[in-house]
Design a protein around this ligand. Structure first.
Ligand code: PEP
Ligand code: MG
Length: 573
């Protein structure tokens, strides 16, 4: 009998494959004495060899996918494995103390990690992380409980995990990974957002998939409805294959609009643009007919490596995106690290509430050098097209003024050095914090544009963690509180002759689209795969009708009432 789980639909589509668990194995070790020394040393040496082979493979794959710079971290790991100081010390401990290899390895690696961590030298501190990583890999092999690795997947699978980090998600190989299912997370957790841009069907927040889906069992992921069928019957597989085909057919229908304008029946033009995480996402942007990039999340450039990207590296990435968009608008957001996006080499203290903590612009204003490097890279790239710069997580006018002043200083410096910098760069902010939405009138006098980041704006307004499926019932894009904040921002920008976009996931939501259109939103930025469905919806609406419905929605009592109003008026539900 199949088992059906319900979760949150995170990325559209149907996937069928064998479960591949990413659960970390238990690597606890016990001390054993009076062991067979030769056998223990042999086990250790074999584990070293296997680990080397794996690391070589991962390094090669990373090099191909992400470039030399990202692959370097694995060279450092390989060095640890051939460092006699480390491996001989483990062997000697086994010999001299007559203990098991796993115990010796754990003790020695802990000693090395503590020693490196206490050094007053950044480079040495980073080596501690390398040793910890490598030792865990070797230990897993000594214990015969290998750590599952995404890079090594070579058959069609559905990934099953408690959660996927954004860097796990970046490693997913679309050739083999058909879909993924997690225990935790919400529609706006970054793994879900990345799944959409990679077009991998996903369901998150099922609470129990890791315990329900055994390795190798067939799993169906319905990323349209949010259900997961474990060990389906032949009839269920056939019925989902048919659903998959219907979805493909729908996509072919949408594709007919790829070169059409995003215009309502009564002639209102809006802009439908895409959110991207890396220059690799540009193909999806073009194939899906997006009219520009409304949000380039630059933090992915900083992730999955062990040091900051250089100014030149950043310049190349920004230039590539700006150039390839060929004069179409490209909104690049400055570093928004923090929350669920970690940067281990920044070495920040752990926080009780990372989403309310030292993140994004707060961190950039403090780490001035890092911020200036990014701004210079952006300014240098600006002459290749239509760049707009956007600061994330702005809570006060003062933060915006400080960030803008630093940008101006760097611009003056570059111009003085004879560097070509566009003199037409719009500078805007993300509206993600309720204080900023409430103060939109004041902000509108100083910024060139707003982009409403509803993923965060909703979590901060409703005090409901966007990652926590236990409170996902409070994560309500259609709540009149949210709609009223959105209206305040749009109206404030229009009163000053400025424009407002939205780059949170709400911008691509079928229920929200008519409301946002009616409220006067100018630019809708979404996962590239949502652009064509959104366009097919917009070309069948009139501005006049949506305006009346939006006005009514603002006065309703609950999110449910709003949804019902939109369903009845526009979605024939
Ligand atoms: C948002 O908060 O809506 C947003 C687009 O930013 P991110 O999802 O990267 O936090
Ligand atoms: Mg945000």
């Amino acid at each position: 009998m199949s088992n059906i789980l319900t979760g949150i639909p995170a990325s559209a589509g149907i996937a069928i494959g064998k479960a591949f668990s990413l659960e970390a194995p238990d690597l606890s070790v016990e001390k054993k004495t009076d062991v067979d020394i030769d056998q223990e040393i042999d086990a250790f040496d074999k584990a070293l060899e296997t680990s080397k082979g794996e690391l070589e493979k991962i390094k090669e794959k990373t090099k191909q996918d992400l470039g030399d710079e990202h692959a370097e971290i694995f060279s450092a790991h390989l060095l640890v494995l051939s460092d006699p100081e480390f491996v001989d010390t483990v062997r000697n401990k086994v010999k001299n103390e007559n203990v098991n290899a796993s115990f010796a390895l754990k003790e020695i690696s802990d000693q090395f990690v503590t020693m490196f961590e206490s050094m007053d030298n950044e480079y040495m501190k980073e080596r501690a992380a390398d040793i910890r990583d490598v030792s865990t890999r070797v230990l897993a092999h000594v214990l015969g409980r290998p750590i599952p690795s995404l890079v090594e997947i070579d058959e069609e699978v559905v990934i099953v995990a408690d959660d996927l980090t954004p860097s796990d998600t970046a490693q997913l190989n679309k050739q083999f990974v058909q879909g993924f299912v997690t225990n935790i997370g919400g529609r706006t957790s970054h793994s879900a957002i990345m799944a959409r841009s990679m077009e991998i069907p996903a369901v998150v927040g099922t609470k129990s998939v890791t315990s329900d889906a055994d390795k190798g069992v067939t799993v169906i992921v319905d990323g349209l409805e949010g259900s997961v069928i474990i060990d389906p019957s032949d009839e269920e597989i056939a019925s989902y294959r048919a659903k998959q085909e219907k979805h493909e057919e729908q996509k072919r229908e949408w594709a007919k609009l790829v070169h059409e304008p995003s215009k309502t029946k009564d002639g209102e033009l809006v802009e439908l643009v895409a959110n991207i995480g890396t220059p690799n996402d540009l193909e999806g942007v073009k194939n899906n007919g997006a009219e520009g990039v409304g949000l380039y999340r630059t933090e992915f450039l900083y992730m999955g490596r062990d040091d900051f990207p250089t100014e030149d590296e950043q310049y190349e990435a920004y230039k590539k995106v700006i150039e390839e968009m060929d004069g179409k608008p490209v909104v690049i957001r400055t570093l928004d690290i923090g929350g669920d996006k970690e940067l281990p080499y920044l070495d920040l203290p752990e926080e009780m509430n990372p989403f309310l903590g030292f993140r994004a612009i707060r961190l950039c204003l403090e780490k001035d050098d890092m911020f200036r490097t990014q701004l210079r890279a952006l300014l240098r790239a600006s002459s290749y097209g239509n760049l707009k710069i956007m600061f994330p997580m702005i809570a006060t006018l003062d933060e915006f003024r400080q960030a803008k002043a630093i940008l101006e200083e760097e611009k003056e410096r570059l111009v003085a050095d004879g560097v070509n910098v566009s003199d037409d760069i719009e500078v805007g902010i993300m509206v993600e914090i309720p204080s900023t939405a409430v103060m939109a009138k004041q902000f509108a006098k100083e910024v060139d544009f707003f982009s409403i980041g509803t993923n965060d704006l909703i979590q901060y307004t409703m005090a409901a963690d966007r990652m926590n499926e236990q409170v996902s019932y409070l994560y309500q894009p259609y709540n009149p509180a949210i709609l009223n904040l959105v209206k305040m921002v749009i109206d404030a920008s229009h009163a000053e002759g400025k424009w407002t976009g939205m780059c949170g996931e709400m911008a691509g939501d079928e229920v929200a689209i008519p409301l946002l259109l009616g409220l006067g939103l100018d630019e809708f930025s979404m996962s590239a795969t949502s652009v064509l469905p959104a366009r097919s919806q917009i070309v069948n609406l009139t501005k006049e009708e949506t305006k009346a419905v939006a006005e009514k929605a603002l006065t309703l009592n609950t999110a449910e009432e709003v949804k019902q109003l939109v369903d009845e008026t526009f979605l024939n539900n």
